[in-house]
Design a protein around this ligand. Structure first.
Ligand code: AHR
Length: 497
């Protein structure tokens, strides 16, 4: 076994962690809503039709914010179709996923569901077919208490109290030709700015997210981000980033996803800083990585115009879970600028939680690293000074073989260390120096590892890929040796003595 070491110095505090980096996403896509979070006939459904077993699985993930209602769906969606008596709601064609939308779940149901799921809403307004005026009507419906047309309509629809959503996204992926009513950066920048003005006039306490590039591969990247921010700098708080990865036969490249994501983040951070300087501004624009995940584009060509077809129900492998762990490290290591992030998505469509209609809930492999980091990666994030060997990647050349993250929750007196060993052939003994934090007791060590990188969980074998507890040997001290088998993901937790 070879050696590596990691020093965590208390003076190298990167930032406090905004808990919203552990957000997720529910879109009207496939079975995310219908037969996902909402299935009135299911035996686990509550009186509003929300599946309690799904809420339980979400609660265990500890997700503080959920983006809604899309995604590509958003750009052809009229939010007014989803309010009022259900029997009067129109059935529409959804151009994004070529599905039938019956509108039995809308903004009021989402508000009720998010309370039960112990999460906040991040609401996106349609800037494809939608107008700034309609976005203004939506926020009036949601956030104004009473005495106006739209707020009184909400009360008439059974919600006396405002929903008070505090984060709003200005459209979705408006740079993409797949979007209903794609816009140029110029046109989107102007539309986003005018919409932002209305939204903040109606509720000055909200935060706004402008659409950044939908991926690094877009021909308009990164010019899009500069142009959009040039129009909106004074009015928005965040620029969005979206990033998906898939395994295409090269394990080492796939495991370098965290490295790629870091590059993307640094580029958008630089673009935001450039615009800040150009505007002689004082505020930083934060980054909202409001779609990220591993995504295989499975079942994308389902028969047209069905209600809630199975779309993108990816079955994740152990390897995918390792990649998700590495990506989480990158997100939290950038917590000084990435203040929101959404695992896309949450249920059924490219998601860690899978449901059988009328049946049970299954946790895919990717559920577990997210659960660990979301629950324990809280407080402040510290820089890890790691000395380790490199691995050779086709895409990036040599990069460090370890990816890691240290968080310290001063209120709880707990430190959490997460690490991914991407070496495909060698185990590593990692000497972890935590003296700066005083005497620590190792209270937990969980590892995700296995002989078969392509192992998955299924209804027949739901515990096939889950973190295993490691026996804790030398538990109290300031320096710890951790064994990292080849291709393994770890969470090690310590309490201050
Ligand atoms: O999350 C799935 C889709 O990916 C979203 O609808 C879209 O915004 C992105 O292209």
């Amino acid at each position: 076994m070879k050696n590596a070491n990691c020093l965590v110095n208390k003076n190298y505090r990167i930032a406090d962690i905004d808990e919203r980096v552990y957000g997720s996403f529910i879109e009207h896509m496939g079975r995310a809503v219908y037969t996902g979070i909402y299935e009135p006939d299911h035996q686990e459904a509550d009186e509003q039709g929300f599946r309690k077993d799904v809420i339980q699985a979400i609660n265990e993930l500890n997700v503080p914010i959920v983006r809604y209602p899309g995604g590509n769906f958003l750009s052809g969606y009229d939010w007014k179709d989803g309010i009022g008596p259900k029997e009067e709601r129109p059935v529409r064609l959804d151009y994004a996923w070529f599905s039938i939308e019956d509108n039995s779940f809308g903004i009021d149901e989402f508000a009720d569901w998010s309370k039960k799921a112990k999460t906040e809403g991040m609401i996106a307004v349609n800037l494809g077919t939608g107008t700034p005026a309609e976005a203004g009507q939506l926020i009036e419906y949601c956030n104004i208490e009473k005495g106006t047309h739209w707020s009184d309509l909400r009360r008439k629809n059974g919600h006396e109290e405002p929903h008070n959503f505090k984060v709003w996204c200005l459209g979705n992926e408006m740079d993409g030709p797949w979007q209903t009513c794609q816009l140029t950066a110029e046109d989107y920048g102007k539309k986003a700015k005018e919409t932002a003005k209305i939204l903040k006039w109606v509720d000055p306490d909200i935060e706004l997210v402008a659409c950044g590039s939908s991926s690094k591969e877009m021909p308009t990247f990164p010019e899009w981000d500069l142009t959009v921010l040039d129009h909106t700098y004074e009015y928005v708080d965040f620029i969005s980033l979206h990033r998906y990865y898939e395994y295409n036969g090269d394990v080492q490249n796939f495991l370098a996803a965290h490295y790629d994501l870091n590059e993307f983040i640094q580029t958008i951070r630089a673009a935001a800083d450039y615009v800040k300087a150009k505007h002689r501004g004082t505020k930083d624009i934060y980054l909202s990585l409001d779609e990220w995940n591993v995504w295989y584009n499975s079942q994308m060509d389902t028969k047209r115009w069905q209600h809630a077809p199975a779309i993108a129900e990816d079955v994740y492998t152990l390897l995918d879970a390792l990649v998700v762990g590495g990506l989480l490290c990158t997100i939290v290591n950038n917590a000084d600028r990435v203040r929101m992030a959404c695992l896309a998505q949450l249920v059924n469509a490219l998601a860690p939680i899978h449901t059988a209609p009328n049946g049970e809930v299954l946790k895919h492999t990717t559920y577990y690293p997210f659960q660990q980091v979301s629950n324990y990666g809280r407080g402040d994030v510290y820089k890890n000074l790691v000395v380790c060997d490199d691995v050779e990647t086709e895409r990036f050349g040599k990069i460090p073989e370890l990816q890691s993250l240290t968080t310290f929750d001063a209120d709880k007196g707990e430190l959490a260390f997460f690490v991914l060993n991407t070496n495909q052939t060698e185990d590593i003994k990692l000497d972890l120096d935590l003296k700066e934090f005083g005497q620590l007791k190792m209270i937990d060590h969980e590892v995700l590892v296995g002989d078969d990188m392509f192992a998955v969980n299924s209804f027949e074998n739901p515990q096939n890929v889950v973190p295993e507890k490691v026996n804790l040997v030398e538990t109290i001290g300031t320096e710890f040796a951790i064994e990292l088998p080849k291709l393994s993901w770890h969470m090690v937790r310590f309490s201050v003595q």
